[in-house]
Design a protein around this ligand. Sequence first.
Ligand code: UDP
Ligand code: MG
Length: 346
Amino acid sequence: MPHVAPTQTQHHYPYDLSVVLPVYNEVDNIGLVHDELADVLGGLDLRYEIIYVDDGSRDGTTARIIELCEAHPDVVRGVLLRRNFGQTAAIQAGIDHANGAVIALMDADLQNDPHDIPLMLDQMDTEGYDLVSGWRKNRQDKALSRKLPSHIANGLIARVTGVHLHDYGCTLKTYRREVLDHVRLYGEMHRFIPVLANAAGARIVERVVNHRARIHGKSKYGLWRTIKVVLDLMTVKFLTSYNTRPMYIFGGAGFILSMFSGLSVLVMLLSGIFAGDILWNSPWPIFAGIFAALAGQSILMGLMMEMLMRTYYESQGKGPYAIRQVINAHKHVATPVVETMIDAAG
Ligand code: UDP
Ligand code: MG
């Protein structure tokens, strides 16, 4: 029986572990998923809860989830959404109802293997990680429509964000609660939690996990998701890299554009001086005008973003930094992310 050491922040939370599963039309899987998961968790020495988020299923999954809640009222929770909001929204709903010090996310289609969870928890505890990210090294999905686009997307994400993981898309990951507390998920963004967490200073590690082919039900995704992921990547890159200084990008672009405008004017002037033709009937005056207008726009946009960014942080009580630990000091200012508060005297 594997023993999992208590997590650092255990005393704050009623559970050591919350397992959150988004569920959409998995009627033939949900019972089997539950049996396997409960079997694994029951063998661990920890307080846990399982949260099924029904994402507007229409195949009878909802009734199965209600049955599970009734059969195991002390460990199973159901969050039933009004309609299908998508996997990321379902995950966020589950996180919002979780009370564990550690949250594990996994799919409810039997493709993830719950036996990986204790190994991941162990790694968090013994090595002090805040996030263990599953890597489906031996992924059992269609090669051309799923694995290839995902491989390309993963490479791109790693390059753009500088967070080097092989498999952002793997739902099976374990998170210290604090990592998720200040992350709000939109679009397809659950796969970018490691990037957002990294920006907040979390310690992240990757771990190879088991992956199985889907037997019951159908995958809900195709190629379109990869495109959404790439669009979300731009948002995440902006949020993590330029969030606190949008004026540097927009103002920078404005600066370059006004140089282009100036250059166009220079071409006209030189031509006027040396060739006696100021080029009114050429594209140069148009270039000068367009670049000047775009430069003005960019700078105004940068100023607007600066204001938005302040609202963004202040409305959430966030700040432009994240604290790992505070020693012998008490809160004087709003601290956005405090992982552990240690009073060395106490
Ligand atoms: N899912 C969901 N809402 C959706 C689509 C999917 O909650 O709109 C759930 C689904 O039931 C499964 C997980 O998200 O538990 C992953 O979905 P799927 O297996 O279709 O994705 P794939 O493994 O093919 O990437
Ligand atoms: Mg799946």
